[in-house]
Design a protein around this ligand. Structure first.
Ligand SMILES: Nc1ncnc2c1ncn2[C@@H]1O[C@H](COP(=O)(O)OP(=O)(O)OP(=O)(O)O)[C@@H](O)[C@H]1O
Ligand SMILES: [Mg+2]
Length: 333
């Protein structure tokens, strides 16, 4: 193992007890035929998965995504790229604090959850998902105790990425049938906020939200997150990028398609809607027993009413909110 690989392996072992770590390494050596190879990191990670599964409150999320499969959002990607080595000893020695987390606010289907899934693969850290609603489930102890337990588990496998999807829904708590009262929801949320602000362990929180009307103001106050990013609808260049990604994902050669024309014809569409258009076009071609053509895609677009058209007012409110409080995830709007 070279020095970088050694550092990665040591980092992967953090959070395991000595017995767990030596057990995992022994297994890896046996699997690799008697040597300690670079895939030992995966063996150690597998050991961590077991620990998370046992806890029951967090989900070890395997379904990560490559950052290259995220179209556009250049500012956000660059921010993340700069922090690839942020959790190493090298960074500590250099005098850098470990990043705390980001809040991604934005339009539906534009890649917030996608980014959350790709941070972990980019940084090669385990991805843990916290379902805030599950904390309130009366089946597993008190809600406050559940939060403490979830935090403890996340910290025990740190460095790790903790993904809290749709945070405004999870912590609004009240209203869903299994929640006892508003006071509990507020206390648990308060506990989470305090931890965000004061945590010492390298757990990087990626929270997402799309409903700003339900977003507690305490959450967006300075000091909670390193940055609040606003994820807007993709611009033309970003749409071309997203078409390219989704055509390639479905085994089509993007060079066979006029991406600029597709980008123009899909103004107002989200990434998720572009993905759906690719699928709808593929169905047309499949049904007619011929390869996918530009016309299939353009026909689909003709019949698509973007969600952003139906929700114009919400979108404007979201943008106005973001102008004051968030940083754009992409340049040139
Ligand atoms: N920028 C993008 N690049 C590539 N694909 C995208 C992009 N945005 C969205 N998609 C596609 O749409 C899917 C849904 O997007 P995602 O779940 O990330 O949206 P979201 O912003 O989390 O929406 P919501 O607010 O509804 O949760 C993704 O899994 C991906 O396939
Ligand atoms: Mg989402």
């Amino acid at each position: 193992l070279d020095r970088r690989q050694q550092a990665r392996l040591v980092q992967a072992c953090l959070g395991l007890t000595e017995a767990e770590a030596s057990n995992a390494l022994a297994k890896a050596i046996v699997q690799a035929g008697g040597v300690l190879g670079s895939d030992a990191v995966e063996a150690v990670t597998a050991e961590k998965k077991q620990i998370i599964r046992k806890s029951g409150l967090l989900e070890y999320y395997d379904n990560t995504e490559l950052i290259d499969n995220v179209g556009g959002l250049d500012t956000l990607k660059e921010w993340l790229r700069k922090r690839v080595r942020a959790f190493t000893d090298e960074a500590r020695t250099f005098g850098l604090p470990a990043p705390k987390g980001i809040l991604l606010v934005g339009v539906q289907g534009c890649g917030k959850s996608l980014i959350a899934r790709s941070v972990a693969s980019m940084w090669r850290l385990p991805l843990l998902r916290l379902d805030a609603g599950r904390l309130f489930s009366s089946l597993v102890g008190s809600s406050e105790e559940n939060l403490r337990q979830a935090i403890k588990t996340a910290e025990s496998v740190a460095p790790a990425v903790l993904w809290v999807d749709e945070i405004e829904k999870g912590f609004s708590g009240v209203g869903s049938s299994n929640v006892s009262d508003a006071g509990t929801a507020a206390r648990v949320f308060g506990g989470f906020i305090t931890w965000l602000q004061e945590k010492q362990k390298p757990v990087f929180v990626v929270a997402t939200a799309n409903d700003i009307s339900n977003l507690p103001p305490e959450l967006v106050r300075k000091g909670r997150f390193d940055e609040i990013f606003f994820v807007d609808l993709p611009n033309a260049a970003e749409r071309a990028d997203i078409w390219r990604i989704h055509l390639a994902k479905r085994n089509r050669d993007p060079n066979q398609f006029d991406l600029t024309t597709l980008a123009m014809a899909s103004e107002g569409l989200s990434g998720a809607e572009i993905e759906q258009a690719v699928i709808a076009g593929l169905y047309e071609a499949f049904d007619a027993n011929r390869p996918l053509t530009m016309n299939d895609l353009l026909d689909v677009l003709n019949e698509t009413v973007p969600l952003s058209t139906m929700m114009r007012e919400e979108l404007e409110a979201l943008r106005a909110w973001a102008r004051q409080r968030a940083r754009n995830a992409s340049t040139q709007r």
